[in-house]
Design a protein around this ligand. Structure first.
Ligand code: GLN
Length: 486
């Protein structure tokens, strides 16, 4: 029972070995027991229980949807009409949306039951979940460590066994990096695969919705539920969604796995390098061909990312002016005072830093030197991948240079924090799908993550390659000390 995966639990529901109400009750109890993690911003017990009752009723009459009432949770960046969406910011304090985001709607239609909204870095800006106005999140593996960010609550809730899966967003690594730090699976699909409608925008050309789960197959099932075209998001793709579970057990025989030499440079924690080397050997044993590839512009990815994402953020966050959403201060003294007071009190330090940086790189005198250059680098990075994918079917490397760092360790040094995103940002700049899965532990028993990058819309190969490794290893069966399990 403790070890049931999402896929197994769906079966148990169908066989009536457990009910959705029981599952939701267990999830709520686990949430309470693990409250110290601070993974959840708003727990929605009553709604969840009511929906579970409904799911059980539907099952009894044979009209149950696919997931059949499985407890999940949502990063607090997804708009929901029945509960506040804070984006972990004071400026959206008590903001209730007037419509539901498409991903949430789809997940719920598929039979997922949300037990709450999860903690995150404010406006998804960060890599540690320390930039939240609701307080930091603790890593279930070691409470003095960061669970990663910005989807830190999404990763911690899954790792701690509170829910089977969660929704996250990934602009520069925010699903994969926390998945890696917290020892779970996380996938950011191809840009356009999942609708961004109703997802609070950070950097619109990079933002993508994805999922976190305990196993690769569970992630495939959840991604299936939320993928597809949406008339409300012009950047969502009309390409048909393949069945992600169909070829997941097909193995890696004859597949070419590219290993970028630039991803093994200095700064990589030796245990991370060793774990990745071991994974490469295992893949070879399983029949894959390992190809050394080069992604020559990797060194420029972080600079380009932090110019582009801040530029887009400065434009996207202009809407929080005190007139339209959430917090509003200083109205009595006129318009300028309302803008100033609302934004000063409503945004945290990192968000302000990015708005200022983003405004600067877009300013008339600096646009060519920064934003335009960064866009050119973005094209070069995309070309690197296009060339690499002529030699291989999938790219393998570490998700992060180190395992989870200590809370507070990088908070006063934003540059150090940014540099940790070296392996994750290129994927977003090129719009590619990326998946992180557990591949070992370091000497301090902290999880290590392996990243797989795929061709556009080739999520099936990512799942297949990830599953081939997972089948041969036990990492995903190892849980943090106080794992609740449902
Ligand atoms: N850590 C990166 C940043 O701070 C990525 C964030 C994200 O993917 N939302 O911007």
């Amino acid at each position: 029972m403790q070890q049931w995966t999402l896929t197994e639990t769906i079966e148990k529901l169908q066989q009536k070995k457990i009910s959705s109400v029981e599952l939701v009750k267990k999830a709520l109890a686990a949430a309470q027991k693990q409250e110290y993690l601070n993974a959840i911003i708003t727990l929605t017990s009553e709604q969840a229980l009511a929906q579970a009752k409904e799911a059980d009723k539907n099952r009894a009459t044979g009209s149950c949807s696919f997931l059949g009432g499985i407890p999940v949770a949502l990063k607090d960046i997804f708009l929901t009409t029945d509960v506040r969406t804070t984006c972990a910011s004071k400026i959206l304090n008590n903001f209730i949306a007037t419509y539901d985001s498409t991903a949430v709607k789809k997940l719920s239609e598929a039979g997922g039951i949300s037990i709450g909204k999860l903690n995150m870095d404010e406006f998804a800006m960060g890599s540690s979940n320390e930039n939240s106005s609701f307080g930091l999140v603790k890593n279930p593996w070691s409470f003095d460590r960061s669970p990663g960010g910005s989807s830190g609550g999404s990763a911690a809730a899954v790792a701690a066994g509170i829910v089977f899966g969660s929704l996250g967003t990934d602009t520069g690594g925010s699903i994969r990096q926390p998945a890696s730090f917290s020892g779970v699976v996380g996938i950011k699909p191809t840009y356009g695969r999942v609708s961004r409608f109703g997802v609070v925008a950070f950097a619109s050309s990079l933002d993508q919705v994805g999922v976190l789960a305990r196993t690769v197959s569970d992630a495939a099932v959840l991604l299936q539920a939320i993928s597809g075209h949406d008339v409300h998001d012009a950047t969502s793709s009309p390409m048909p969604v393949p069945n992600y579970s169909r070829s997941i057990e097909s193995g890696v025989k004859a597949l070419r796995i590219g290993v970028p030499k630039e991803y093994f440079s200095t700064g990589l924690q030796p245990e991370v390098a060793q774990a990745i080397e071991a994974a490469i050997q295992l893949y070879q044993k399983l029949g894959a061909t390992i190809v050394e590839i080069s992604l020559p512009h990797t060194d420029y990815a972080i600079s380009a990312y932090y110019v582009i994402c801040t530029a887009e953020a400065s434009a996207n966050l202009a809407r929080y002016d005190g007139a339209r959403y959430g917090l509003s201060l200083g109205r009595e003294q006129g318009l300028a005072s309302m803008y100033e007071k609302t934004r000063d009190a409503g945004f945290g330090a990192e968000v302000k830093r990015r708005i200022i940086l983003g405004t600067y790189v877009l300013a008339a005198g600096y646009y060519d030197a920064y934003y335009k250059k960064a866009s050119q680098v973005r094209t070069l990075l995309a070309q690197d991948f296009a060339q690499a994918f002529q030699q291989c079917d999938v790219i393998l490397g570490p998700t992060t240079p180190t395992t989870a760092f200590k809370l507070g360790e990088k908070l006063t040094d934003p540059l150090q924090m940014y540099l940790g995103d070296v392996f994750t940002v290129s994927c977003n700049l090129a719009g590619l799908p990326g998946l992180s899965l557990p591949c070992g532990f370091d000497r301090q028993n902290l999880p290590i993550g392996m990243q797989l990058l795929g061709k556009h819309f080739d999520e099936p190969t990512l799942f297949r390659v990830a599953r081939a490794y997972e089948r041969e290893t036990r990492w995903h069966h190892t849980h943090p000390p106080l794992f609740s399990g449902i």
